[in-house]
Write a protein that binds this ligand. Structure first.
Ligand code: FUC
Length: 738
């Protein structure tokens, strides 16, 4: 459907030459005054519990969960490719092992453990016997090592033992300052981890349990891990023994000083992280200065804390940078952090919402680079999926089952719409970046998933096309015309039409797909005014199921919107209200996004508060209500990272949307955030948006574009079309004029 006629047209002069009204400067000054708070999680005691208290660091490939102990620092660590399974079985993501630095520093005072999201450095500090000790840890992407650095304000005070535990009981070697272990999983995957201890002053020697340092001034531990995994089915998913690569990376890192390693890490991390700043208003300083666990308890008791909400948003971005970098596997159910060899749901890639949700914030929150692993993973599994799909469905193209691993193997139920849903994320990356090289890689993927549906769709007697025999995740009967499948096929065909037009390819096939799309069974409104989950009008108004798959057309899809299809949007509202606001972590996060698309900021906010409430680790009681652990990790329960990512996307979606061919400013601003600002969110079409608001109203917005182009803006009922020069920017006020 077409968007309404634009009422206001403005052409911006190139950046720098634009005359800016005085009011803009004044309002900007005003909006800038509210403090965004610091971006630290901190605690007055060491972590006891992996899931709810330890703090994650990661470089996309290697990850660590740190406990910050006094008797011993404990780093449970992972490497993203350590997977069991094969082409027939999903397998499970594995724990790699533990690193301990035994220090015997019990009885310390002034203890503080902290994770600073602005520099991705974990630190621990305390006083003991008149000495101030400090530990810093980070996981470097440029140097590919996890670094732990121990210092004290007096010389010769560092004594302890570094030791390692292999989660698979491989062969352990201790040689001078190096502790390694290696082995192979039952599927033949070789793995190895190396830790090097470097000290200044004092002595260092190997002993049977590990590497001991005595009376040192400074100690640095470098950790790396790897496997022989190769993301290529034609090479049987195996590459070289990781040993040489690990030694090379570790030696190169060891030749650099700690300051250089840290500077490299900061340069890389902050280049990504600092693109987005979010200020949702100031918290009471007495609340904001509480340790994070106490602060969350106060929030859960009903207190206001907009800086905590902004911190939760940035935590989502932090976790994506930590678990999904160029060359890594995509973020799995727990990102890369997992301490079990039989983790919940295999810690896999669930393709009936979870892996897709992981990437909802990627482009929107200006982390396009972090998106790339998703494409690579989809691409690497296609050959296997094609074979399995042909055997199961006798069609061209491919799809997959609900549970997926890293060798193309999948288990559990078939989810025929899974590949179309993955394609939605893949297309979205293009719609934000307009990267044509990427589009050329993506095109064949979209096309072959279209072919799957060309072969699979079935005509009803009146010629309407339905997806046959499918189910709505994860409930209801198996039957024809399930809404979420219809909506995803509509979305896939729409994206394919745009892709083939943009590349000027396959015009005949495009026409065919356009005809099929027009024949698809469309979303239906049922007897109690609800959006139907099935072709048959059987929705139960008391159904509180966590999945809200039949609303994919509203979010993350674009087929339903209050602006273009108001009746369907109203029906979605009826259904969503019936489903309720209490659910698992990811399911509440999805609801935030859905209510944002329904332009109801206060409802989004209610859900955000539900999701951010503090919960304890109660193990794998899957059915207990969701929430957030004191380390800001999402609780399905147990820990599941999709909720973190979904919530970060939802908060952004409350402030900027770009789903109907226009960029909407503050579409779902809640009453709880009367003044604030955001910098650097992305909008489809290659735009970047900064907004400041005051008294619940837009004060000023800046639209930037590397590519340049027309940007259709909407704020409330006001619309405008502006020309943003390539590499330049435009500023508008609440009337959308400059
Ligand atoms: C889907 C969801 C569950 C859980 C699992 C990993 O099956 O229905 O709630 O998130 O994925």
């Amino acid at each position: 459907m077409e968007i309404r006629r634009l009422q206001n047209h403005a052409i911006c002069p190139p950046a720098g030459t634009m005359v800016r009204g005085m009011f803009v400067a004044i309002l900007l000054l005003f909006a800038g005054r509210a403090s965004a708070g610091d971006l630290k999680l901190w605690y007055a005691q060491p972590a006891q519990d992996w899931m709810a208290e330890a703090l994650p660091i990661g470089n996309g490939r290697v990850g660590g969960m740190l406990f910050g102990g006094l008797d011993s620092e404990h780093v449970q660590f992972n490497e993203d490719t350590l997977w069991t399974g094969d082409e027939n079985d999903t397998g499970a993501y594995q724990d790699f092992g533990d690193l301990f630095i035994d220090l015997s520093h019990q009885g310390a005072t002034d203890y503080r453990r902290e994770l600073d999201l602005s520099d991705a450095v974990h630190s621990v500090s305390y006083e003991l016997n008149g000495v101030h000790y400090r530990r810093e840890a980070f996981c470097s992407f440029p140097d590919q090592v996890l670094v732990i650095h121990l210092t004290a304000n007096k010389p010769g005070r560092q004594s302890g033992l570094v030791r390692r535990v292999d989660a698979h009981k491989g062969q352990l070697t201790i040689d001078k300052n190096l502790i390694s272990f290696k082995g192979a999983l039952t599927n033949g995957l070789m793995y190895e981890a190396e830790a090097m201890v470097v000290s200044q002053g004092g002595t260092l020697h190997a002993e049977s349990g590990g590497v001991r340092f005595e009376n040192a001034d400074v100690v640095t531990v470098l950790l790396d891990a790897g496997t022989s995994y190769l993301p290529q089915s034609d090479k049987k998913w195996r590459g070289e023994d990781p040993h040489r690569r690990l030694v090379r990376q570790l030696d190169a890192a060891a030749r650099k000083s700690f300051d250089v390693l840290k500077a490299n890490h900061l340069g890389d991390y902050q280049h990504l992280f600092s693109r987005v700043e979010l200020n949702l208003g100031s918290s009471d300083p007495a609340v904001a200065s509480l340790p994070t666990d106490k602060r969350m308890a106060a929030y859960t008791a009903g207190g206001a804390d907009p800086e905590l909400e902004a911190l939760f948003f940035q935590m989502g971005r932090y976790l994506l940078i930590g678990s999904s970098r160029i060359g890594s596997l995509p973020a799995n159910l727990q990102g890369i952090w997992n301490n079990s060899n039989s983790p919940p749901w295999r810690c896999d890639y669930h393709a009936d919402v979870n892996v897709q949700m992981n990437y909802w914030p990627a482009d929107l929150t200006n982390l396009s680079e972090c998106f790339e692993p998703l494409f690579d993973w989809v691409d690497s599994g296609r050959a296997v999926h094609r074979r399995q799909t042909a055997a199961q469905f006798h069609t061209r193209g491919w799809t997959t089952r609900g549970e997926n691993g890293v060798y193309g193997g999948s288990t559990w139920e078939w989810v025929p719409a899974a590949s179309a849903w993955l394609c939605q994320d893949l297309w979205d990356h293009y719609s934000y970046t307009h990267d044509r090289k990427y589009l050329q890689k993506l095109y064949p993927v979209l096309k072959e998933v279209c072919e799957f549906w060309e072969d699979r769709l079935k005509p009803l007697p009146d010629g309407t096309l339905v997806a046959p025999m499918d189910f709505s995740p994860e409930h209801g009967p198996v039957e024809d015309g399930v809404s979420f499948v219809q909506q995803l096929v509509y979305d896939l065909f729409t994206n394919y039409l745009d892709a083939s037009t943009a590349l000027n390819l396959d015009s005949e096939h495009r026409q065919k797909i356009a005809i099929l799309r027009a024949r698809l069974l469309a979303p239906k409104i049922g007897k109690w005014g609800q959006l139907q989950e099935w072709m048959v009008d059987r929705d139960d108004p008391n159904d509180k199921h966590r999945h809200v798959s039949h609303m994919i057309a509203l979010y993350p899809g674009h087929q339903i919107s209050p602006l273009t299809t108001p009746q369907l949007a109203d029906a979605a509202k009826v259904s969503l209200n019936a489903r309720g606001d209490e659910s698992t972590g990811w399911a509440m996060a999805w609801r935030i996004n859905l209510w944002a698309r329904l332009l109801d900021g206060d409802h989004c906010y209610r859900l955000l508060r539900n999701q951010l409430r503090l919960v304890k680790d109660e193990g794998t009681n899957y059915e207990a209500g969701g929430g957030t652990y004191s380390n800001l990790l999402d609780a399905h329960p147990p820990f599941q990272i999709d909720g973190n990512f979904g919530a970060a996307a939802g908060i952004a979606e409350m402030l900027v949307q770009s789903q109907t061919g226009e960029v909407q400013l503050l579409p779902a601003l809640p009453g709880a955030w009367p003044a604030g600002s955001v910098k650097g969110l992305r909008a489809r079409g290659g735009f970047e948006v900064d907004i400041a608001w005051h008294d619940g109203k837009l004060a000023v917005a800046t639209i930037r574009s590397a590519l340049g182009g027309t940007c259709h803006l909407r704020y409330g009922q006001t619309e405008a079309s502006i020309q943003v020069p390539a590499g330049g920017s435009c500023r508008v006020n609440a009337r959308l004029s400059d």
